[in-house]
Every structure is written in C-alpha cells, then in structure tokens.
Ligand binder design. Structure first.
Ligand SMILES: *[C@@H]1O[C@H](CO)[C@@H](O)[C@H](O)[C@H]1NC(C)=O
Ligand SMILES: *[C@@H]1O[C@H](CO)[C@@H](O)[C@H](O)[C@H]1NC(C)=O
Length: 217
C-alpha cells in the first residue's frame, strides 16, 4: 500500500494522505451499509417472529372440554344396597377446536370418594374426534369394576343424611392433536369432575353440566 520503510511509517501516522482519507471514508460507508443491512435483517426476523406468534395463537390446540351430565348411585338410601352397588354416568366431551382433530388413544374413567379410588373402567375404544364435535360417553361401574364394602357404604349413608355425597369422577385420556396431516406427540390429559349426589342418588343440579378442569401430566 504505502511503499515506505517501516520505521518511517510510524512517525508519519498522524498526517493522513488523501489516499488514506478516501480509504477511511470508504470504510465508514461500508460499515454504514452493513449496519443498515443488519437492521433490515433484524426487522425481517421480527416480522417473521410476529407472524409465527399470530399463527401459533390462532392454531394453538385447545384442550377438550368435559361436562358431567348425569351421575347416579341407585339405592343410596338402602342399607343393604352395597352388595349390588352401581354407579352410572354420562359425560360429554367436546373438541372446541375449529381445525384441530383429537385422537383419543385410550381413556379411563375412575370414581373417587374422599380421594380413594372406588371404581374404574376403560372407556371408549381408541377414537378420533373431528373439530367442533361433541361425543357422549356413558358408562356403568358395577361388580368387579367397583369396590364398595359395607363400611364405605355406611359412610355414603351418613353423608347422604347430611344432604349429599361428594364423589370425584376422573377421566384420564392419552390424546394427540391432529393439525392437517401432522399429529402431535402424546399428552396425558386428566379431567377432574367433582360430583355431588343428592339423597335420591342422582346428581345435584349444582354439579350438572359443570365444566371439569382439565390438566396435562
Ligand atoms: C347424556 O346426557 C345428555 C344431556 O343430558 C343427553 O342428551 C343424552 O341423551 C344422555 N345420553 C345417554 C346415553 O344417557
Ligand atoms: C361426533 O363424532 C362421533 C364419532 O365420529 C359421531 O358418532 C357423532 O355423530 C358426532 N357428533 C356430531 C354432533 O357431529
């Protein structure tokens, strides 16, 4: 570049030759252009991120909605009824998504009393639920699916005398969301429905058609 001896060049450094000035201006111009390109690129990334976020907001899957419509413990008032104890229920499951289907690969319904499981049954065969579809699940727990001894039945009867017996119906499903051709990984969803039963063994109006909280594990 500058054909000067090395020891001289150090002394001359303060005095810029026109050539050097042109070089500097050029250099600052290129940094400016590259800064601008960088800013444009970042802006582009930001817009892209924003679009992805909006898409995600509108496409994000909503969890299915569970409502208990019916829940019945027949013979609740009779002391000896525990020998043929039965619990029947009717639950609606709604897929609230507009474009996302739900695969239920398995589903189990369990009934709890004071946090102890008293009965359980597999529900529904694996099935696929279309967007916006509501499916009714009906089941009857009896015999081996239900473990109610006389002591527990007495507890039911005591609660009944006080006005109501509180159960918890838990529906655990393994689900996948289907978006167009793609389907998500498996999620374990639990719907926890607290159900109060009146002295006649039927669900109380306060529990009927109440939305059950759903959480994933
Ligand atoms: C389940 O409950 C819904 C709402 O009360 C009712 O329309 C439906 O007929 C019931 N299904 C069965 C099989 O009991
Ligand atoms: C929901 O899907 C089930 C199973 O595919 C079907 O039997 C039922 O008729 C559908 N319900 C509605 C309201 O479309």
């Amino acid at each position: 570049m500058h054909p000067k001896p090395a020891n001289q060049s150090r002394q001359i450094k303060r005095h810029h030759t026109p050539r050097e000035i042109v070089h500097r201006v050029r250099e600052s111009l290129t940094t400016r252009v590259s800064k601008m390109l960088c800013a444009i690129f970042l802006m582009f990334l930001l817009v892209l991120g924003l679009i992805a976020f909006i898409l995600w907001l509108s496409l994000r899957p909503h969890r299915p909605r569970f409502h208990v419509e019916e829940f019945s413990v027949p013979g609740l008032g009779q002391a000896t009824a525990f020998e043929n104890a039965q619990i029947s229920f009717n639950v609606t499951i709604r897929n609230p998504n507009e474009h996302i289907g739900i695969y239920y690969d398995s589903m189990d319904g369990s009934v709890y009393y004071k946090d102890q499981k008293i009965g359980s049954n597999p529900l529904l065969f694996p099935f696929y639920q279309e967007p916006k579809n509501t499916t009714v699940v009906v089941d009857l727990l009896s015999g081996e699916a239900l473990t109610v001894n006389s002591q527990r039945w007495t507890e039911f009867m005591n609660d009944r005398a006080a006005g109501m017996v509180v159960f918890r119906l838990q529906i655990t499903s393994i689900i996948r969301f289907k978006i167009s051709r793609w389907s998500s990984r498996h999620h374990r969803a639990h719907a926890n429905c607290e159900v109060s039963v009146g002295p006649d063994g039927e669900i109380l109006p306060t529990s009927r058609d109440k939305r059950c909280p759903v959480y994933f594990t």
